[in-house]
Design a protein around this ligand. Structure first.
Ligand code: FE2
Ligand code: FE2
Length: 166
């Protein structure tokens, strides 16, 4: 199994996009399905932003200082996604804003994933060695094990608080 950091993160992105597509394809009255898909999106995003915030971004920032601006922009984009996820988590389809908030979350995250994959990952791959990418990949895999899965878990809240107060 490859533990290359970029491969691992792209696999996460693929799962996230799949949940987005399924949500968008679900019929207007597929309430139960949409509720489950939103729960799935929330879990995937909570884990993914956690491992990028805790491992990928700080490592890259340290090893490739030229990419600092990209990293800072990414933290801000994660912060916006965190806020939307926190607001969406307690909602059900009965909430007037459920569908709209899920849609805005999807749009925001799609944009962020696209920037990472098309712009940022290529720069990171160019700047780091295969060994460095594998080492970061192993750290990402380890962080995934202990990552929060719901936004109200303490480690996820701490992340949000850090982002607001930093
Ligand atoms: Fe990200
Ligand atoms: Fe990502």
């Amino acid at each position: 199994m490859s533990t290359d950091a970029i491969v691992l993160l792209k696999n996460d992105h693929k799962e996230i996009r799949k949940a987005f597509r399924d949500f968008q394809k679900a019929g207007v009255s597929a309430h139960a399905t949409k509720g489950k898909l939103v729960d799935r999106m929330i879990e995937l995003l909570t884990v993914h932003t956690y491992i990028e915030n805790e491992v990928m971004y700080p490592r890259v920032r340290e090893l490739l200082p030229d990419l600092e601006d990209d990293v800072l922009e990414s933290y801000e984009e994660h912060h916006v996604a965190d806020l939307l996820v926190m607001e969406l988590a307690p909602m059900t389809y009965k909430d007037e804003r459920f569908e709209a908030k899920a849609t805005v979350l999807i749009e925001n995250v799609e944009h962020h994933i696209q920037e990472e994959e098309q712009d940022w990952f290529p720069k990171v791959r160019e700047g780091l060695t295969r060994t460095q990418l594998r080492e970061i990949g192993a750290e990402l895999a380890a962080a995934k094990e202990k990552a929060p899965r719901r936004p109200e878990q303490p480690s996820a809240l701490k992340k949000t608080v850090d982002a607001v107060l930093a």
